[in-house]
Design a protein. Structure first.
Length: 719
């Protein structure tokens, strides 16, 4: 246990002077407290927002990431909703017709709860929210015309042709509330399901179930198709809920599938993946930072399994010199911890563009793309400091390839050089390909799905972010789409500072956290934006050169934006932001949000808590967002991370690896380790080894299952 006792957690207000006053007011009571305190604190004034109110500002006008919308359509939509409130049905229906018929300059329109969604979906939502009187008026106006157009569609075109599908989609959005709306939706659902667009098919069938109560289509069949589409679309949580509805509303009834009459409930349940009923820990069994079984480390005086130092003496001296340099001081090079990627046999590290591979069993250096000592020359170069953004060095491994974003050494001395995406053979380190567009920089960790790479890039001197899909084997661009424009901040030396987005696959969708005030959900099959969630993002756009300013905590710890997804719930906090969010992806609803210190980074979740790390580890309730406990730790470097097992959280600090109780935040043990001169850094569990990556070395310690006797005879292998 730490002999200093409990850390004191004070609320961080925006006004620093107010914080100082609160601190002085608390001092007398603190002096009267007992000397020995528990190792955690559960003091909290109500800062969480239990019921999140919709933003007063339209999502596209919130400060931060810029997304264009069609102002003409938005004004028509406002007119329609105003006419509906005043029951002016003729004007309302004329306006909705103009809305559907007008050409749009943007694919997105804002909602009232902070989201931007597909324009057709937004108009559809406004239409289906009509009260009973408005629905009757709508049918009176348009039912005859809708029947006529649907009959013409059936007669002129084969129903499964591209032209017929396009026209059917137009009829669906314009005339869904008429008597033929359910038939059109069912037709489009069948077509989408056959194309493999399962989530789109589920939405068509769900619209019938929710908004067409007088449908003549068999309700059981619609429910079964809806559940089946959700299963195929990897939305197992929603699928399980849909199956329960079938079990309760249609007990014992049968449907015909594949020519056989059967009970749909057992059949659908058999299609659900097994991890749907498992815990959060087991559902993330492949996550090296979340493990299903508790473990322990050997005695502190045992030798590590292996250790490799990558901090060359010349580089170390250059790093020290950079702290007195005008442009190097603000980067906090000395506390930087390089990113790591691990597969079943090897580990790969990207240290300022020097990428190298290690054997997990022995720690042997397999290959490297450059010499470590050559980096020292670049740290003394003005152009390198201007070009380098430490949050844009990334590395990933998939199949036979290692992917890295870096500035090639031959371009390091170029003014405002771009970050390239480079692919290496993972066994030999031979370069396979490199992105070659001169002015295009790649600024996020690449995400590999099958044979495609998804990444975010931008053109030099442009603030527009672009999503690109590249071939894994060749690096050639297969398709891309613009997302919007960032509001780029300025670093302390006055240079433009672009964010580094985070990508995460969620079923058939790609989640993009921009780290600039926007979260995207993108359909990979449709190559379109499903929705965007917007929220305020503070951006420092000052142009003053603060050469001698001390680096903030978030700069010293190199805090990153991060998100964790558990079924339909997403927890995220952006880099540089002062709020953490819990979002229901299915309902497109904010569950809660709460203030948090800017330096805090999400490092994990479990069944009960969301964990954030800065110079303290905080555990927030997943359900209410309240602070359950917090504990101060000697965190001095980047690589903020934690290994979460069922009972403990493990953190690599400047004083060793801390074992922390998840129940109350007590420090149970400290494993000093064998990287004593380091500042701490990242930690992960891979193949039975605890990997600790610091600012100067990577060290592997053997882990033992809880209850197994510790041994001091741990085998040692020199790299």
């Amino acid at each position: 246990m730490l002999d200093k006792g409990a850390p004191i957690i004070c609320l961080q207000f925006r006004n620093d002077r107010f914080t100082l006053i609160i601190g002085w007011l608390m001092l007398p009571s603190l002096l009267l407290m007992p000397r020995e305190l528990p190792g955690q604190v559960a003091v909290e004034v109500g800062v969480a927002e239990a019921a999140v109110q919709p933003p007063e500002t339209s999502p596209h006008k919130i400060p931060g990431f810029s997304i264009s919308v069609d102002e003409k359509k938005l004004n028509l939509l406002d007119d329609f909703e105003r006419y509906v409130r005043h029951q002016m049905w003729e004007k309302a229906l004329t306006t909705i017709k103009d809305l559907s018929a007008s050409q749009s300059s943007s694919a997105l329109l804002p909602t009232q709860d902070g989201f931007l969604i597909d324009a057709n979906q937004r108009i559809f939502r406004a239409l289906t929210s009509l009260p009973p009187e408005g629905r009757e008026a709508y049918r009176l106006f348009y039912d005859g015309k809708a029947r006529k157009e649907f009959a013409e569609l059936s007669g002129k075109h084969p129903l499964y042709s591209a032209d017929a599908e396009k026209r059917a989609t137009e009829i669906y959005y314009q005339y869904f509330l008429t008597s033929i709306g359910d038939e059109v939706a069912d037709l489009l659902g069948n077509q989408a399901f056959e194309r493999g667009e399962f989530l789109q098919a589920a939405e068509y069938w769900r619209s019938i179930l929710e908004h067409h109560p007088d449908t003549s289509l068999p309700e059981l069949d619609l429910n079964v198709k809806h559940a089946l589409a959700l299963i195929r679309g990897a939305r197992t949580e929603r699928a399980a809920a849909a199956i329960e509805v079938i079990a309760q509303q249609f007990p014992g009834q049968k449907v015909t599938l594949g020519g056989n009459a059967l009970d749909p409930v057992p059949y659908l349940r058999s299609l659900l993946p097994q991890q749907n009923v498992s815990s959060v820990a087991s559902s993330k069994s492949n996550d090296p930072k979340s493990v299903a079984q508790s473990f322990q480390l050997p005695e502190s005086d045992s030798q590590p399994h292996w250790q490799l130092h990558f901090l060359d003496q010349s580089v170390e001296q250059a790093l020290q010199n950079s702290q007195s340099d005008y442009y190097g001081r603000s980067k906090s090079y000395a506390t930087y911890v390089p990113p790591i990627a691990v597969d079943q046999q090897h580990a790969y590290i990207n240290y300022y563009g020097v990428c190298f591979g290690l054997d997990l069993k022995s720690g042997k250096l397999l290959w490297r793309n450059a010499k470590f000592k050559d980096l020292g020359n670049h740290f003394n170069n003005y152009s390198f400091h201007q070009s380098s953004h430490l949050n844009q060095y990334h590395i990933a491994v998939s199949g036979d390839y290692v992917l890295a974003t870096l500035i090639p050494q031959k371009e390091m001395n170029r003014y405002r050089a771009c970050y390239r995406l480079v692919a290496y053979q993972k066994k030999t380190g031979k370069q396979v390909w490199q992105t070659s567009v001169n002015n295009e920089g790649y600024i996020c960790e690449p995400l590999v799905v099958g044979e495609q790479i998804y990444t975010i890039s931008h053109q030099q001197n442009s603030k527009q972010l672009n999503l690109s899909c590249l071939s894994l084997k060749t690096g050639k661009k297969e398709w891309g789409m613009p997302l919007g424009s960032v509001v780029a901040g300025s670093s302390t030396n006055g240079m433009e500072d672009m964010p580094s987005p985070v990508l995460k696959l969620n079923g058939e969708s790609l989640l993009v956290l921009t780290n600039n005030g926007a979260l995207f959900d993108i359909s990979l099959s449709g190559r379109s934006i499903n929705w965007v969630f917007r929220y305020p993002y503070p951006v420092n756009q000052t142009t003053s050169n603060n050469y001698y300013a001390a680096a903030n905590e978030e700069v010293q710890l190199h805090s990153r934006g991060q998100m964790y997804c558990d079924h339909n719930l997403l927890y995220f906090k952006e880099e540089g932001a002062s709020e953490v969010y819990a979002l229901d992806l299915a309902a497109k609803k904010v569950i809660w949000k709460r203030p948090i210190k800017v330096a805090a980074q999400l490092v994990g979740i479990d069944d009960q808590n969301v964990y954030l790390l800065s110079r303290e580890l905080e555990a927030l309730s997943r359900e209410t967002s309240r602070l359950n406990w917090a504990v101060s730790l000697p965190i001095a470097a980047g690589g903020l991370s934690a290994v979460i097992d069922p009972q403990h959280a493990w953190i690599f600090t400047s004083r060793g690896v801390f074992e922390i109780s998840k129940s109350n935040g007590d420090i149970l043990d400290i494993y000093r380790g064998h990287d004593l001169s380091s500042l701490g850094g990242a930690i992960s569990l891979n193949q039975g080894l605890m990997l600790c990556i610091s600012n100067q070395a990577v060290t592997a310690y053997p882990s033992l299952p809880t209850g197994k006797q510790k041994s001091k005879e741990t085998p040692t292998s020199e790299p």
